[in-house]
Design a protein around this ligand. Structure first.
Ligand code: NAD
Ligand code: MG
Length: 357
């Protein structure tokens, strides 16, 4: 298979599962972590690799190196593998998802941003989600009728215990401390702001076609999704917070091995579901509007990405992330997205606008 974003949190865990199952790796890609890429090249011996910057080419221990977005597309098209795991973070993952589907390959998708910005351009029946809530939803709704409503859960992120008035002074270090999950920096910030849950709502819409969907806080991240039926019953999906389960479910055909500990139900006490506070997590107020106008996804994602990277560089405060998203939405309104080129165009325009250009 092809593993894109192999040096990240999902990429590393994907290679762990691949190794345990003797799955050959045809191609790897990463952004800038060339040291880890070289270790992965030595272990998995891929035929091709792709990196983000030309200047790093001489550091890579390989003789078939592709570079940047064009390189990713070219590399995927030269591969024979039928499975692509896309674990690139952000808008930078979109081209690879599109190329994988264009070539008729199976797409195991961690890069939820692909669906947030361009869900309507994908055949989602051929996508296996690598996202714990969506893997859980799949298990809950498969072959079921009479579904009334779906729920996904949120941990509340790094600031679950903080008072709203204290959020204006929080630091980057505090925002990067996720209570339950060990993930890349961008998604950890998205979890603290609840933007990740907004994205997951629209991800679920594109994957499963339901609009009656909401999110609840379950701060231990032991319940990942719930399905309410018309007869009044509700089923829930439990597991430890460990992405290896979702990855195995997405990439293995007859998946029956255990990569994570089974939950000890007796130890699982004080399980509680809470409403998401819209005062504390203002980005989540966009849920209904986004479900009504999924094309807004490109504006929200681009603004969020721009602001989160500014926050990661400590150039703006945590609350500025939401402000940037609302500012971009006020300016651009509902975008007119007729073809995929429009998605790329709006993405660029939103970033230029927030940059004051
Ligand atoms: P990460 O930051 O740990 O890894 C990102 C990977 O993408 C790295 O290999 C990096 O080198 C590469 N990359 C970054 N910028 C790039 C660019 N411009 N071009 C090419 N490659 C680039 O992130 P992660 O936590 O592994 O998340 C990856 C994706 O999976 C995200 O879309 C995230 O939302 C999603 N996801 C992650 C988790 C999780 O538990 N980490 C759970 C669900 C979904
Ligand atoms: Mg998730």
């Amino acid at each position: 298979m092809i593993v894109l974003g192999s040096t990240g949190s999902i990429g590393v865990n994907t290679l762990y599962i691949a190794h345990k199952n003797n799955i050959a790796i045809e191609a790897l890609s990463c952004g800038k972590n060339i040291k880890l890429l070289n270790e992965q090249i030595a272990k998995f011996k891929p035929k091709f690799v792709c990196i983000q910057d030309f200047k790093d080419k001489k550091l890579v221990n390989h003789n078939k190196i592709f570079v940047a977005q064009e390189g990713l597309k070219e590399m995927i098209s030269q591969c024979k593998s039928s499975l692509v795991v896309n674990a690139i973070v952000g808008f930078a993952g979109l081209n690879s998802s599109l190329m994988a589907q264009k070539l008729g390959k199976n797409l195991a998708l961690a890069n939820k941003e692909s669906l947030v910005v361009a869900g309507k351009f994908f055949d989602t029946s051929k996508i296996m989600p690598i996202d714990s809530e969506h893997a859980a939803l799949k298990c809950l709704i498969e072959k079921r009728k009479n579904i009334k409503k779906l729920f996904i859960t949120a941990s509340g992120g790094a600031f679950y215990k903080y008072k709203i008035k204290d959020l204006k002074d929080v630091t980057l270090k505090q925002a990067l401390k996720h209570p339950n999950w060990s993930m890349g920096a961008k998604i950890t910030i998205d979890s603290a702001s609840m933007c990740n849950k907004l994205f997951e709502i629209i991800e679920a819409y594109h994957l499963y076609g339901f609009t009656n969907i909401d999110a609840l806080i379950e701060k231990k991240s032991l319940v990942h999704a719930l399905c309410e039926f018309k007869d009044g019953g509700i089923s829930a999906y439990f597991s430890h917070a460990n992405m290896r389960l979702s990855i195995a479910q997405a990439i293995l055909k007859n998946h029956n091995k255990t990569y994570i500990q089974t939950l000890d139900l007796i130890k699982m006490q004080n399980l509680k579901f809470e409403k998401i506070s819209l005062k504390k997590y203002p980005i989540f107020t966009l849920k209904d509007e986004l479900l009504k106008n999924p094309d807004l996804g490109v504006i929200i994602n681009s603004a969020n990405e721009y602001m989160v990277y500014k926050f990661l560089e400590e150039k703006v405060g945590f609350l500025d992330i939401a402000k940037g998203i609302f500012k971009a939405l006020d300016h651009f309104g509902v975008p007119k997205i007729n073809d995929i080129e429009d998605v790329f165009e709006y993405n660029a325009q939103v970033k230029l606008y927030l940059d004051g250009r």
